[in-house]
Design a protein around this ligand. Structure first.
Ligand SMILES: [Zn+2]
Ligand SMILES: [Zn+2]
Length: 332
């Protein structure tokens, strides 16, 4: 089978990925093998290829928004069968026994396995997933529109809950790409007023198209104080900007797995009055199930740009350079 691998971490335009021929993987105990129909392109894939996130092992295959059909099952698989359509997400395994798993915070597991970082992901013809970490997908969604829900959608949803906006409250969204455009739809369905602050004409146009309450530049002030905000852009310099836009007692949730450094904060203007700053780390499987159910109920629609699997490097480069709005999806 053909697989893309991270050959050597380098700026995306220098070609960090290489396509190789590999043996078809055989599913081990409780694993299923998925024939990949398509795989969404997440900013994390870019961080991995460029070395912001150091690869956990050499020649790992990226991709953790995988949609496909089970074509083989390993010993002990009871939950899935050959022919089932499934989604393979970022969280690919946990130990189930550490202090975080035991208290229902498996997103903080001390020994997690992530798809496309520890485990080979979906930039390939086939990938493996443990039956306990695959999702069944809403039937109303085709493969291409389901893929971005699997990381962008789920993580964005966790970030939205972390921002703790009260019913009818005012949400700020900083940065507007694959994750934010799904999160904004959930927030609007939940009755929030949504203000988007982002650079990039594609992103601003997409936000306006979705019917948010206002759209401004990345470092602009929103038109009203915010009851909560999410920073999707991996830009630490926006943390103080977003904190200053918060109303008293409000939370800024940082959604990214990687960020550039955060400059010094001014305590009086940016943290006092019980403003809170917190990160969002991966997600639990319960977050995923909850989000996918909401996505079906609210008919959350990803704006996607399709690329053939053979053009994965071009999709990553276009993401890096902001050449599209929404989410890129690779097709086999
Ligand atoms: Zn654990
Ligand atoms: Zn992701």
């Amino acid at each position: 089978m053909l697989s893309w691998v991270v050959d050597h971490c380098a700026p995306v335009d220098a070609g960090p990925l290489r396509r190789v021929e590999r043996d078809e993987p055989e599913p081990g105990p409780t694993q299923v093998r998925v024939r990949v129909a398509c795989c969404g392109v997440c900013r994390t894939d870019l961080h991995l290829a460029e070395g912001d996130l150091p690869p956990k092992r050499p020649a790992v295959t990226p991709g953790h928004e995988v949609v496909g059909v089970v074509d083989a099952v390993g010993p002990g698989v009871t939950r899935l069968a050959v022919g089932d359509r499934v989604g393979v997400p970022w969280l690919g395994g946990t130990d189930g026994s550490c202090r975080f798993c035991r208290r229902g915070a498996e997103n903080l597991c001390l020994a997690p396995l992530f798809t496309g970082w520890d485990l080979d992901g979906g930039y390939a013809d086939l990938c493996l997933v443990d039956q306990g970490y695959a999702y069944r997908l809403p039937e109303a969604l085709d493969d291409e529109h389901a893929a971005p829900l699997l990381c962008a959608g789920i993580i964005g949803y966790r970030a939205l809950r972390a921002a703790a906006v009260p019913p009818g409250g005012r949400l700020g969204i900083y940065g507007f790409g694959g994750s934010a455009h799904l999160t904004a739809q959930v927030a609007l369905h939940q009755g929030m007023r949504v203000h988007v602050l982002t650079r990039g004409e594609h992103n601003q146009r997409l936000a306006a198209h979705l019917g948010v309450d206002s759209v401004g530049g990345a470092a602009d002030a929103p038109p009203e104080p915010l009851d909560g905000a999410i920073l999707f852009a991996p830009a630490g310099e926006l943390v103080p900007v977003a904190l200053r836009a918060l109303d008293r007692g409000a939370t800024l949730a940082v959604a990214g797995i990687w960020s550039s450094d955060i400059p010094p904060l001014n305590y009086a203007d940016e943290l006092f009055q019980e403003r809170r700053l917190r990160s969002v780390t991966a997600n639990t499987r319960a977050d995923g199930e909850e989000f996918l159910a909401l996505a079906e109920r609210f008919a959350i629609r990803a704006t996607t740009v399709a690329y053939p699997m053979s053009e994965a490097p071009r999709a990553l480069a276009d993401l890096s350079h902001g050449r599209f709005g929404g989410a890129a999806v690779l097709h086999n």
